[in-house]
Ligand binder design. Structure first.
Ligand SMILES: [Zn+2]
Length: 330
């Protein structure tokens, strides 16, 4: 997907309030993945660096704004997991110490963005604690944290937390229509993304219907025969993003099964997998259900936040759990 150029409209009120007064030296921007926090944070950074407008507003004209747009602002530091690694190391935090305590190149603010915050190692957290406790003048920390991912309390307590809410379905639809024009996949994409606009945008442009149809077929086969276990583990492993989405659908399927069991099928997340969730509701008992849900969600969190474990092996193990508990062939 093309990168966002400006932060999405649903963050406007938060942006306005920060643009009127950004007095704190460290912020944690916390919210669900895929709602536009990264671009929002960059705009706040640009504003803090801009030499003509106060607080977190930017003019888009000054030298600082130009440097920022070209990606070579000398007082801007973006810390993210190193390539091929899933963590932010203590060395990356150590490398900030010099610029932090020296004066800025352009004589104004210095901004340090860490994204995502939860990817820092324990040692990296310890190292940055002192910086957050006694921040040097004119230095700002903007820390991005995905909701549900834990960050030590010692870090949180030294920052101002800003909660970034998910936009409504209507907001997403308006925004996507402006960006993508009329796209017949929009409603399905929004539904399947669970109201995460960036994910929905990506889905709307992909062959989402085929992906979903294949998913339903693959899971039905898994339940019916279990014979495709190795095959689908290999198939799903080829595209990690799609794989994570499909595992999320597996979890949703279990939740729908619960809705059938106890709520007479009201408020189902998905109608198209109804035959499977009805079947599961009949077949599975509560213990097995919670066991599978836990296994499935653990798998999802592990891969969603990045792990070095081998995808195909782990997937196969998950499918075996499913096949043993809900498979017809068991
Ligand atoms: Zn400017």
């Amino acid at each position: 997907m093309k990168k966002l150029k400006t932060s999405p409209p649903w963050f406007e009120p938060i942006k306005k309030s920060l643009q009127e007064s950004s007095n704190h030296h460290a912020y944690i921007f916390e919210g669900a993945k895929g709602i536009g926090k990264s671009i929002f944070t960059l705009e706040i950074a640009k504003g803090l660096l801009c030499s003509s407008l106060p607080y977190a507003s930017f003019c888009a004209q000054c030298q600082s704004c130009h440097f920022f747009d070209e990606g070579n602002h000398p007082d801007f530091y973006l810390i993210k997991p190193e390539k091929e690694k899933k963590q932010i190391s203590i060395n990356q935090i150590r490398s900030l110490q010099e610029p932090l305590y020296e004066s800025s190149f352009l004589g104004a603010n210095k901004v340090f963005v860490i994204n995502p915050l939860e990817m820092m190692t324990r040692a990296a957290f310890d190292a940055i604690l002192k910086n957050l406790e006694e921040p040097p003048n004119n230095s700002f920390f903007l820390l991005v944290n995905h909701r549900g991912e834990s960050v030590p309390l010692t870090i949180k307590s030294r920052c101002t937390k800003i909660s970034m809410n998910q936009p409504t379905k209507e907001e997403i639809k308006t925004w996507l229509t402006e960006r993508l024009g009329n796209n017949s996949n929009l409603d399905l994409a929004i539904l399947l993304s669970k109201n995460k606009p960036l994910v929905a945008a990506e889905l709307a442009n992909s062959e989402i219907e085929i992906l979903r149809t294949n998913f339903i077929k693959e899971i039905s086969d898994l339940i019916k025969t279990g014979s495709n276990l190795v095959e689908i583990s290999e198939l799903w492993s080829k595209n990690e993003k799609e794989m994570i989405l499909k595992v999320e659908w597996m979890s949703d399927l279990l939740m729908d099964c619960l809705r059938h069991k106890f709520l007479s099928g009201n408020n189902l997340t998905y109608e198209d997998s109804d035959a499977i969730s009805v079947y599961l509701a009949d077949k599975i008992d509560s213990d097995e259900f919670f066991y599978l849900l836990e296994k499935t969600n653990t798998f999802w969190s592990l891969f969603n936040s990045g792990t070095n474990l081998r995808t195909d092996y782990q997937l196969q193990a998950l499918f075996v759990e499913w096949s043993e508990r809900v498979g017809l062939a068991r």
